[in-house]
Structure formats: C-alpha cells, structure tokens
Design a protein around this ligand. Structure first.
Ligand code: SF4
Ligand code: SF4
Length: 445
C-alpha cells in the first residue's frame, strides 16, 4: 500500500477530484488523518443511476480505492453507505468486503438527502459535525463512488473519462463512460436522442442540478447525470425562473408558515438553519436584511424546502444559496456570525418522521413518467473532437501546457497547476491534434 504522501502525490498527478458536486481535489483528503472513511453511495437524486451501475460492474475497483484511502488516512474503518432498497447491490458489496476486517456496508433508509455529508456522517458514525464544520473534525472523510474508482486506477490512468446517466426524455436511457470534453449533445445522441421537440437538460440531477440549454457544453470530471426534459416541464420552468423572480414571489407570497424550516434536513439534524427567516429578509432593505440572512449560512442547497416543502411553490433553498454567496463576498461565515454562540447541534426528536422518501419526491417533481432503468454501456466511444475545460472544479484553473498544432496521446498532460496551489492537472481524453487553446483545450482526433 502506498503511504499517505505517496497516495496524495499519485492522485494529484492523476487529476483525481470529487467526481460530483464541486469537485474538491482528492489529494487534500488523502493527506489528512481520520478514523473512518465513508463511501457515499446513497445516490439520492431521482432517476440517476451512475453509482449503482459503477457498483454493479466495478465493485472490486471501489473496494481497492477504499482500501487505499483507509490506509492513506490511517483509518480503522471503511464503510460503504448505500440505501438498503438496493438489496442486490448491498449483497454484492457485502461479498466484496467479506474477510476485510476494516470494511463494512452500512444500510441507509431511502430518504432525500441521505447523501448529504452531514446526514451521512451522523447515520454511519452517530457523530454530528460541528456547526459550520467539515467531516474531518469528527475524524471522518467522505468520498463518492467514482472518486474511489478513479483512485484505484490512478497508478495506470489519469482521469480522462467521466461516468454519467443520461435519462428523462430520451429514447434509450443509459449510463455512459465518455471522454471528458465530449459535448452534451453527443451524450444525448448516444442515449437515442431526445424524445421531445424542445429539450433542455438538468445537469447534475433534478434537485441540485442546473438547467442547461446549450447542448454544445462539454462534460467534465464532475458530470454525473443529465435529465432531459421538455422546456415546458414544471420543474424546468421552476428552476429557470432566476433570482429576481424568486425574490419577487417570495416577498409577495411567503406567509411565514415555517414548513420550509420544519422539513429542512439540516434543521432536523440540529443545525441553526431557518429558511423561513431568510425568506423574511426579503421584506427588508439591504442593511436590515442581514440579521435574517445569516440563517442561511448552514444551508447545503439540497432544495427540499423549495421543491417539496413550500406549499406556495416558493424557492427558499435557492434564496438561501444566493444569500450564502452574498455573505461570503462580505467575508461573513459561521465563525463570524452572531448566530454562532458555540452551541452544538442536537438532533430534533421528530427527525425520523420527517424524512422524505425519494418515491414521494419523484412524484412531487413530476418525474414518475420518466422512471426507467439506465444500464451501463461498456463499449468505448471515440469522439471526433473534445473540448476539455481548464477549470472544471474547486481550485485554481490549470494552465495550458500544449499549443495548437501539437499532437497528443490520450492520458498526456495538457494543463497543470503550480505545486503550491489547490488544484489538479488536466489530461488529454483522446489522442489527436490540439486544434485550439483558450480556457479549454480542443483536441481533434
Ligand atoms: S414554506 Fe414557503 S410559504 Fe412557508 S415560510 Fe417557507 S417559503 Fe414561506
Ligand atoms: S436547501 Fe432548504 S431544505 Fe436544504 S438545507 Fe437549505 S434550507 Fe434546508
């Protein structure tokens, strides 16, 4: 087994980042010390199946990645957290870890968002991350399934492919492995093409994903799922409205019923987040708004309050997200807010009765008609052209190390970051000629 510093150097060189969400560079986690490593295999976003497919086809690779991470951080325990409804996968994983004393499978209930780090750390270890803190403060690191798969392969292959589910209004929903930099339109075509005349994509899922209209946009290391929907689908209309519309509707319609707070998963875990008070802030002019805005600081932007709880179809989750951004620009965080009195989270006694099953969520989102299996297609895809962004995730952008006209092979370094900066290098995802270098590197096969 490589040491902590050897693994950290290896996965940095290979460009491994959290393959979902913001894409935090994984070498930072591998350089830390922790008691427990959790594999986040909850996959809560309705319709997405990328993690399930990876586990079905590559369980030994995941276990290898987990063992590497457990050894690197000096942990005594590695737990794969997966929903118990995936009985066949749970059994497969139990067989894969049989005889490995430090490793186990932890069964999660089927609620949204069981994949939220704070919820997951509590479910697996019984510990509550301090308010405004990170899992490491309670001796835990959390990695997702594809990240550990990429770590297991880092010695031989840098991260040049991404796995993603393409589903919704497409003819053949599926999970694909595609070179980074392939366009969304190619991914949709590989799924049989859109089955509606005016499609848009929810990139990253129905709850936390963003509406994307430009199908020429490239896939990145953090792409995990595309849900294709007709432009007039209520979920698309809702998510596309934007900040001014969210603020206007919130200001005129919020009746302060508090349901958004009462169903907020972080509030129920005992954190000082109260979205109904953030909604109240909309009634005030900016200087008087701030004390109310601070109640957004511990929001994880799961959007359960917006897309499930609010009876008025308002968007407290989005408004909390913007508000957090506003506060961050003013350097206000949990450490500096007057709300922080050093209190510790205490789980609300009603929490078990307020967890929202994913099936209920799916129906509320109007996605039941799109329920379909999305099996992994194993055959490789050879695109004619890729555009690989030099910034794909948290950290500094990579600087291009190639120029137009140069020939590259799949896996070659094409962008790098200074040794002392937070970030990882970028590699060619296909072999060919570099045909453009801007804030992306274009390679033509
Ligand atoms: S649930 Fe909706 S109406 Fe009720 S307080 Fe929250 S935002 Fe306002
Ligand atoms: S998005 Fe809403 S429900 Fe989710 S953590 Fe934030 S306030 Fe709570």
């Amino acid at each position: 087994m490589p040491s902590s510093s050897e693994l950290a150097a290896l996965i940095r060189r290979a460009g491994v980042v959290g393959a979902g969400g913001a894409g935090f560079p994984s070498y930072v986690k591998a350089s830390s010390r922790a008691e427990t490593v959790i594999v986040n295999a909850a996959e809560c976003e309705p319709l997405l199946q990328k993690d399930q497919e990876l586990l079905r086809h590559f369980a030994p690779d995941l276990v290898r990645g987990l063992e590497l991470m457990v050894a690197a951080v000096g942990a005594s325990r590695g737990a794969i957290a997966i929903k118990e409804k995936h009985e066949e996968l749970v059994k497969l994983l139990e067989r894969a870890v049989a005889g490995k004393k430090a490793l186990s499978v932890h069964r999660l209930a089927d609620y949204y968002p069981a994949g939220d780090e704070f919820c997951q750390v509590y479910e697996v270890t019984g510990k509550l991350i301090p308010m405004g803190g990170i899992p490491l403060q309670v001796g835990v690191v959390v990695n997702n399934v594809e990240t550990l798969y990429n770590m297991a392969h880092a010695e031989r292959t840098p991260v040049v492919d991404t796995f993603l589910t393409v589903t919704g209004a497409v003819k053949n929903p599926c999970t694909l492995r595609l070179p980074v930099g392939v366009s969304i339109s190619e991914a949709v075509a590989l799924a049989g093409g859109a089955s509606v005349p005016d499609p848009v994509a929810l990139d990253g899922g129905a709850m936390m994903g963003k509406v994307v209209e430009d199908f020429s946009a490239p896939l990145t290391k953090t792409s995990g799922g595309l849900i294709i929907l007709p432009r007039e689908h209520p979920l698309v209309r809702r998510k596309s409205a934007g900040r001014p519309a969210f603020d206007r509707a919130g200001k005129s319609t919020c009746d302060q019923c508090t349901l958004c707070t009462e169903l907020c998963p972080r509030y129920l875990l005992g954190y000082d987040i109260q979205p109904h008070k953030v909604m109240r802030s909309l009634l005030f002019s900016p200087p008087d708004r701030k004390p109310w805005s601070h109640w957004a600081l511990l929001c994880c932007e799961c959007r359960l309050c917006s897309l499930f709880a609010c009876p008025e179809n308002l968007n407290p989750g989005d408004i909390c997200g913007y508000t957090k951004g506003d506060l961050a620009r003013e350097k206000i965080n949990w450490k500096s807010t007057p709300l922080n009195r050093g209190q510790e989270p205490r789980v609300h006694p009603i929490r078990p009765w307020r967890q929202i099953p994913v099936s209920q969520l799916k129906s509320r989102l109007g996605l039941e008609d799109y329920e379909a299996e999305a099996p992994l297609r194993q055959q490789p895809y050879a695109p004619k052209l890729v555009r690989i962004p030099l910034k794909q995730h948290v950290g500094v952008p990579a600087q291009a190390k190639v120029s137009a006209g140069q020939t590259v092979k799949r896996g070659d370094l094409i962008g790098d970051v200074p040794e002392d900066a937070l970030g990882v290098p970028v590699h060619a995802s296909i072999s060919g000629k570099v045909t453009a270098v801007e804030d992306f590197v274009e390679i033509t096969a």
